[in-house]
Write a protein that binds this ligand. Structure first.
Ligand code: ADP
Ligand code: ZN
Length: 222
């Protein structure tokens, strides 16, 4: 099962993808996480990616497509993956289809999370992520705070705020998403694999679990 998660920055796409990955036993592939890892290691790729990410711009397609193509050759990706943050442009979507086609595979389902801008901005400004890469739990200091401030409930590591989570980049990231997602959404709509999902209460603590359950129901029906 090859799943592409769509949703604006802060829509809960990452949290949903992580839970879904655990429940389906498929690897969670987040291009944003992959770039942040490279930035942390201060590699050439990291430096290049950071020059775009820090401005809220997209990393060029060639670079992004290449790292995903490579990741999809891994053993754990052969029965399916949950893609989070990729594809983000029509070019990337077409490239993904070509990559999968070569292996006689295809994208099976594209859940799109729908949330209002107000909720998104509020979420991003209060987002805190566990610094332990193995864990990566995501908190919201307003809606879903950790039990102890600044500490991950699950593994006890320090929580960090992403440097691109600030008011200046959010507006730009939302705009970039809106501009690119139109094409992506119609692309997957035409293929008949897009499903729009709107959480009943996006501010509920278990909003992401609710969304995951909806996605699992749709997968079962397929
Ligand atoms: P968010 O969805 O909250 O913006 P991500 O972690 O998915 O966060 O991405 C962070 C940044 O990494 C993006 O703003 C963009 O600069 C870069 N990035 C991630 N995925 C892609 C992609 N598929 N194509 C181009 N740039 C990407
Ligand atoms: Zn943790």
């Amino acid at each position: 099962m090859y799943i592409v998660m769509l949703g604006a920055p802060g829509s809960g796409k990452g949290t949903t993808a992580k839970i879904l990955a655990k429940k389906t036993n498929l690897p969670h592939i987040s291009t944003g996480d992959m770039f942040r890892e490279q930035i942390k290691k201060d590699t050439e790729l990291g430096k290049l990616a950071n020059s775009y990410i820090s401005k809220g711009q997209l990393v060029p397609d060639e670079v992004t497509i290449h790292i995903v193509e490579d990741r999809l050759t891994w053993e754990d990706a052969q029965n399916g993956v949950i893609l989070d943050g990729f594809p983000r442009t029509l070019e990337q979507a077409k490239a993904l289809d070509e990559i999968l086609e070569k292996q006689a595979k295809k994208v099976d389902i594209v859940p799109e999370l729908i949330i209002s801008d107000d909720v998104i901005i509020d979420r991003i400004l209060h987002r805190a992520t566990c610094s332990n890469k193995e864990c990566g739990a995501i908190y919201n200091t307003k809606f879903k705070p950790p039990k102890v401030e600044g500490i991950c409930d699950i593994c006890g590591s320090a929580l960090v705020t992403r440097t691109d989570d600030n008011r200046e980049t959010i507006q730009n990231r939302l705009e970039v998403y809106r501009n690119n997602s139109k094409d992506l959404i119609s692309y997957y709509q035409e293929k008949g694999i897009l499903v729009s999902i709107e959480p009943e209460d996006p501010t509920a603590e278990n909003a992401s679990e609710q969304v995951v359950n909806k996605i699992l129901e749709i997968i079962k029906r397929k």
